[in-house]
Every structure is written in structure tokens, then in C-alpha cells.
Design a protein around this ligand. Structure first.
Ligand code: LLP
Length: 423
């Protein structure tokens, strides 16, 4: 469910025409819907209303300050994986006490940052990391609340590049080492083991693999409690999928929540959720303009002004995004297969192959749907193309939430070494 629809023949985000935003901001530009962000947050929060929980929005999905601030205003916490994400979350109004710090390679500076501000917990991924957190905490005169991220050895299916829960993946501590890891945590002076965390992958449609993983960690809570650990939190991670194309039918947050309640039973833990895509995915589109239409060797290439640097998901994960013309095509417009490509000098700079599209010409605007998660956050300046601009719509109003950098902005941090001009 989202708030992008044709009105009077032009694709709108809520009450704002995408043509109007493109005319002012140019393209490529991401446009986000406030109403969709709010709706997704609320659907999830309502589904878990009767469970003590913290929704720690996975900032990596969309870290725009405007987006995080919108969610923070609804009470969201944040799941962060770098010091930068943590600073963004706090700047956007998320209290440190609602921030979970995940990630496989936390630096000493990042650990100190989290401890200084008093974050909710660190999700720890290895014993060397645990020792580092303890020694930094001791130096600071603190104890760090931690959960181990355990690898439940569950295969969640989905694309190999975004699956994380099997033994071969780098994430988490091994299932069979969990007991020993908690013993190690108990023996360290700077550590307070408070929870267990699990995250099995992303864009998962069925709740069954979650059940397998959650049941394992719920049993681990029981086992650890029997050995005297005061485990009071369970972090179920993120990963529930969203529809990218007609026919996609991921299980709903209500089904997901019902299963969570069933697994939790009377454990009496605080439940932490780390949704990213579920909140932001369908809340954003990327707008792009057709530069040229090139016919060659029996193929039609629609060359856009956006490239893989602006939206890398098709190149990186063979991901499908629906592409809608911003001007609504006539109902009887003929569809013909085209390749939608960008201007970047890479063969993988192709968004879709043989995609049936109505007739298109230079200057036409298109919108890549479901681009709100892992779109702008994965963009780059490859080919010295400016980072995408971003706009946030609320009703009939809209705001620029990231301006497009100028060429001077882009090179401001670079310089040639002195020895070149010095001779
Ligand atoms: N928690 C942890 C520990 C994670 O690693 C992730 C995502 C999430 C939560 C949020 O997962 P979500 O609810 O968004 O599925 N770039 C890829 C997705 C990578 C996901 C990485 N981790 C894509 O565009 O499909």
C-alpha cells in the first residue's frame, strides 16, 4: 500500500505532481511519501500493540534525515551499523536510549560513541568484538548492554546476496558457541548481557523461516535463564518483504506479529524489531527522464538520465522495479519490449531488459517504483555523477530533503598533491 497514483493523467505522490517536482529539482530524484512512511510504521506498531516492543528502524534502508525524523516523531528507535548512522539518527531526533548498534566490524571510536551517548544495546557479532567493547567500557567506567547476534543456521531463501542466516555467512556467532559466548560475557567487567539478537535475511515473503529462527532463540533464552542469566530482550531483526511487482504477496505484518506472539509466549521479554524495507520500500520512487531512444540490431534502448550509481539494485541483485511513465499512457497504448538503461559506462547499467513499455520519447519522465529502501542510500558518484536529490511530500506540500551537489561540492574534499605544482 502506498500513496503514488495517477491524478488527471499525471503520477502524483499524495497531492503533489511528480512533474512539478522534476521541473524544480531536475532528475534523477527520489521522492518519498510521508503518508506511506507513517502508514507502514503504524501498521507494524499496531500489530505489536499488545507486546512490549521497540521498533528500531533499520537506518541503512533510507537514512535521509527527513525520513528518520518522520519516523522518530512517531516514536521509532533506530538500528544503526556505523557511527555515521548513529549520529544521523540522533540528529533526526531518535533518543540514544532507543538506538541498537549492529554490524560485524564496529571500530573503537564507534563503540566509544555508543557508550558515551548511552545506547540501548550493542548487537555483538564475535568474541574479539565483545572483548573490545568490554575494555573500552571499563576505561569509561561503564558497563555495555549487549545482545549476541546468533546465527541460527536457517536458510531464508531469497536472493543469495541478501540472505544472512546460514553457517557460511559472516554474520553472528555460531549457534553451537552461544552458551560459551554468554559465559565469556558474564566474566567480562565491562559487559552486561541483556539480550539475544537474530536476523536471517531480507525481502523474505513467508513467516515460516522466521518461526524456525525465533523458536531457536526463544529456547536459548530459557536455557540461559536456567543458568542464571537475566536475559530480558529478544531482537528479531528485520527482513519481512514487500511487493515489488503485481502478484507479489508477502505475509502481512499482522501474520508476522501473530507468529511472534506465539513464539514469545510468556517469556516476558522486550521485543526489538529492525524493519527497514517494510517501512521505506514502497514509500519512495526514483524519477528519471528519457535522454534518448536508440534503435539498434532489432532492440530498442531507452537511455535514461539515471544510472546504476543512482539505483544499483537491478545491477547488484537482479532486482525488479516497476517503471511507470509519469504521464499516464492511454489505456489502449501498445506495449513493446525495450531495454531501460542508464548513461554509466558499464554493461550492468541496465534497469530492465525486454520490459513491455508504451511508446517513449526523449524528455518523458518515468518513475521507478518501490525505490524508497536501499535506493538513495546505495547511490554513489561513480562516473562523477552528482548524488541524487531527494524530496519528501506531505499532502499538497513538499520539501527538498537533500539537494543535488554542485560540481564544486563533489570535488571539495579532493586536491592534487603539492609536488605536482611544486615541480
Ligand atoms: N537488521 C539487520 C541486522 C540487517 O542487516 C538488516 C538489513 C536489517 C535489519 C533490515 O532488513 P530489512 O527489514 O530492510 O529487510 N541492499 C539489499 C538489502 C540488504 C539488507 C541488509 N541488512 C537490497 O537492496 O535488497
Amino acid at each position: 500500500m502506498h500513496h503514488f497514483a495517477y491524478r488527471s493523467g499525471v503520477l502524483h505522490c499524495e497531492g503533489v505532481s511528480l512533474e512539478a517536482i522534476a521541473a524544480e529539482l531536475g532528475t534523477p530524484t527520489y521522492v518519498y511519501s510521508d503518508a506511506t512512511l507513517r502508514r507502514h510504521y503504524k501498521v507494524l506498531a499496531d500489530a505489536f500493540a499488545d507486546v512490549r516492543h521497540l521498533i528500531a528502524y533499520a537506518v541503512k534502508a533510507n537514512s535521509n534525515l527527513g525520513v528518520i525524523a518522520t519516523l522518530a516523531s512517531l516514536g521509532a528507535g533506530a538500528d544503526v551499523v556505523s557511527g555515521g548512522e548513529m549520529l544521523r539518527a540522533m540528529k533526526a531526533g531518535v533518543p540514544a536510549s532507543r538506538i541498537v548498534f549492529s554490524g560485524v566490524g564496529k571500530s573503537a571510536d564507534e563503540i566509544a560513541l555508543g557508550l558515551t551517548h548511552g545506547i540501548h544495546q550493542f548487537n555483538v557479532e564475535s568474541l574479539p568484538e565483545l572483548e573490545r567493547i568490554s575494555s573500552i567500557a571499563v576505561k569509561m567506567g561503564k558497563r555495555a548492554p549487549i545482545a549476541f547476534r546468533v546465527n541460527p543456521h536457517v536458510d531464508a531463501g531469497g536472493h543469495a546476496h541478501i540472505s544472512t542466516g546460514s553457517a557460511e555467512h559472516k554474520f553472528g556467532i555460531a549457534w553451537h558457541e552461544a552458551d560459551a559466548a554468554y559465559d565469556a560475557a558474564r566474566s567480562l567487567p565491562g559487559i552486561e548481557p541483556v539480550g539475544i539478537a537474530v536476523h536471517i535475511g531480507s525481502q523474505i515473503f513467508r513467516v515460516a523461516p522466521f518461526k524456525e529462527a525465533w523458536t531457536k532463540v526463544a529456547n536459548l533464552v530459557r536455557g540461559l535463564r536456567a543458568r542464571g542469566f537475566a536475559i530480558s530482550r529478544l531482537d528479531f531483526g528485520g527482513g519481512l518483504g514487500v511487493p515489488y511487482k503485481p502478484g507479489d504477496d508477502p505475509d502481512s505484518p499482522a501474520v508476522y506479529a501473530a507468529q511472534a506472539r506465539e513464539v514469545l509466549g510468556d517469556l516476558g521479554v522486550e521485543l526489538i524489531l529492525e524493519p527497514g524495507r517494510l517501512i521505506a520500500g514502497n514509500a519512495g520512487v526514483m524519477m528519471s527522464r528519457v535522454e534518448y531512444v536508440k534503435e539498434r540490431d532489432g532492440r530498442t534502448f531507452v537511455i535514461l538520465d539515471s544510472g546504476m550509481n543512482d539505483l544499483i539494485r537491478p545491477a547488484l541483485y537482479s532486482a525488479h522495479h516497476e517503471v511507470l511513465p509519469v504521464r499516464e499512457p492511454a489505456p489502449d497504448a501498445p506495449l513493446a519490449p525495450v531495454d531501460l538503461v542508464g548513461p554509466v559506462c558499464e554493461s550492468t547499467d541496465r534497469f530492465a531488459k525486454d520490459r513491455p513499455m508504451p511508446p517513449m520519447k526523449a524528455g518523458d519522465l518515468v518513475a521507478f517504483m518501490t525505490a524508497g529502501a536501499y535506493g538513495a542510500t546505495l547511490s554513489s558518484q561513480y562516473n562523477t555523477r552528482p548524488l541524487v536529490a531527494e524530496a519528501l511530500v506531505r499532502g499538497d506540500a513538499w520539501a527538498v530533503v537533500r539537494r543535488r551537489p554542485s560540481f564544486e561540492d563533489m570535488i571539495a574534499l579532493e586536491g592534487a598533491p603539492d609536488w605536482i605544482s611544486g615541480g
